[in-house]
Ligand binder design. Structure first.
Ligand SMILES: [Zn+2]
Ligand SMILES: [Zn+2]
Length: 268
């Protein structure tokens, strides 16, 4: 497995767009992540504030080819109408013609129909094709010829999913929102980068979110090269050294706290 700053014939990159929670914060958008590999420009979740964060971090938001959703909570989906509105009218006098593939859990097609009813026809008919694919947990989906997207149910909402993106030489897993799960470590294993929620302190651990103890157990079983903590409530993050708590809870490997613009490049 190779990684590092790209050299030679191509590169992939993962960029944190938004790593916040439902709580409004001045320095971070709600959940959104950008993964680029070859012709694929994949946005993982599209929470409030993520369009402005893509602009701040210099990401080519207008070139997005795929949108993958973990679940329908507003902090993960709230900017979808704005994204489609921007793709419809934000490029004038040019118009986008490339299709957008949307990958989401069961209910995604109905979710987009409701958005269209509320915001207007541009949601599903923005002048280019919006292709909504409802993924099957445990199944694998091909994005282009070299990227595979796999999904796994998580204990958070009925539809919530973790996402595993397999590039030609690297694997990235994003837990989305999840509680502790016996089956999640297997789904995460072999990942070079594990983007893992760590919402709450152990003293407030609940069944639908992770805390340092459950994150450390997941990481120790999955053994990623890098553990990136995200979706940390500010009441927790601003009062504690969260990566250190995860280390002390039993994860001896590399662990970092996500911030807007955090980037990992992979050579291919
Ligand atoms: Zn969330
Ligand atoms: Zn959620």
């Amino acid at each position: 497995m190779t990684h590092g700053v790209s050299a030679g014939n191509g590169s992939s990159r993962f960029v944190v767009v938004g790593c916040g929670t439902v709580v409004p914060e001045s320095d971070r958008a709600c959940s959104a992540y950008w993964l680029e590999s070859g012709p694929i420009r994949l946005l993982l979740d599209c929470g409030p504030g993520s369009l402005q964060a893509m602009a701040r971090t210099g990401l080519p938001w207008h070139a997005v080819t795929d949108l993958a959703l973990t679940h329908f909570h507003a902090d993960h989906t709230g900017a979808i109408p704005g994204l489609l509105f921007a793709l419809t009218y934000g490029l004038l006098p040019d118009r986008r013609i490339e299709p957008l593939d949307v990958w989401g859990p069961p209910g995604t097609a109905e979710f987009f129909e409701h958005l269209s009813d509320a915001y207007g026809e541009f949601v599903l008919d923005p002048g280019f094709e919006v292709r909504v694919h409802e993924t099957v947990a445990g199944g694998s989906n091909e994005l282009g010829t070299e990227v595979a997207l796999r999904t796994h149910s998580t204990p958070h909402t009925d539809e919530s999913r973790a996402l595993r993106i397999e590039l030609p030489e690297q694997t990235i897993v994003y837990t989305g929102d999840t509680g502790p799960s016996d089956s999640l470590p297997g789904f995460c294993s072999g990942a070079e980068l594990l983007v893992c929620e760590c919402s709450l302190p152990d003293s407030h651990a609940i069944e639908t979110h992770l805390s340092p103890g459950s994150v450390a157990r997941l990481a120790a079983a999955a053994d990623p090269e890098i553990l990136l903590l995200t979706h940390v409530y500010p009441q927790f993050r601003l009062a504690a050294d969260v990566p250190r708590l995860v280390s002390e809870a039993g994860w001896p490997g590399q662990v970092e706290l996500a911030h807007e613009g955090w980037t990992r490049r992979f050579s291919t």
